[in-house]
Design a protein around this ligand. Structure first.
Ligand code: SAH
Length: 223
């Protein structure tokens, strides 16, 4: 059980402690991700009754049975993506908008994050959260089936998928990844109940796939 947190300054302290713990655990490796995680107030992205748990390293339930990923997973995926200013990023599974916000800050708000959410209600929630932090110039939220990608703005330098694809990586996502050293991070349910996180690096028509770790994400839906 956590201590009761009420004031914004308490959240700031809790956030700092969370970042220190993730650094000690070797999950936050770079100054860039450390600073991004320090900047984005996770407490603003969760429902009021979950706020006091915002800096526990655990996923939290938001709405429609969906979750905000655990902070260590957000940090790990961002490190794997090798984010920097000026990139064009596609996120599948906007959820609360938190992960997109961390990506935007990791790029120093220079570049663009397109993010697509299946449920319109969650997309709206994310827009409200991102607006509070003045991030809507950098993060563009769409509603739809992200397993098809977002072809109108492809190719993407980076693709981040925050829901587990079934069996294999959806072909449209591979096609929409930049052939010029594009990086994708995606969880895939390789057999019932077993999910792994892949990092894929594309060089021209060659895709290098690396298995990172076992994970647990909500299912990537498809129409
Ligand atoms: N990145 C989110 C957490 C992701 S939870 C955050 O920072 O809060 C996974 C999200 O993927 C859920 O919101 C779910 O509705 C969404 N999702 C599932 N299938 C999808 C699909 N095919 N297209 C877009 N979003 C999808």
């Amino acid at each position: 059980m956590s201590d009761l947190i009420i004031f914004d300054s308490d959240y700031q302290i809790a956030r700092k402690r969370m970042v220190e713990e993730l650094k000690l655990a070797g999950i936050i490796k770079s100054k860039r991700i450390e600073e991004a995680m320090l900047k984005v107030p996770r407490d603003r992205f969760v429902p009021p009754h979950e706020r006091m748990y915002a800096y526990e390293d655990t996923p939290l339930r938001v709405m429609l049975d969906q979750t905000i990923s655990a902070p260590h997973m957000v940090a790990m995926m961002c490190e794997l993506l090798d984010l920097k200013p000026g990139l064009k990023v596609l996120e599948i599974g906007t959820g609360t908008g938190y992960h997109a916000a961390v990506c935007a800050e990791a790029m120093e708000r220079k570049g663009i994050v397109y993010t697509i959410e299946y449920f319109p209600q969650l997309a709206l929630y994310a827009v409200q959260n991102l607006a509070m932090l003045d991030l809507l110039d950098v993060v563009k939220v769409f509603t739809g089936d992200g397993s098809k990608g977002l072809p109108q703005y492809a190719p993407y330098d980076r693709i981040l998928v925050t829901a587990a694809a079934q069996k294999d990586i959806p072909k449209p996502l591979l096609e929409q990844l930049s052939p010029n050293y594009g990086i994708m991070v995606i969880p895939v349910e390789i057999s019932p109940g077993i999910q792994v996180l892949y990092r894929v690096i594309r060089k021209e028509d060659t895709y290098e796939k690396e298995t990172i770790t076992y994970v647990s994400f909500v299912r990537l839906r498809s129409d």
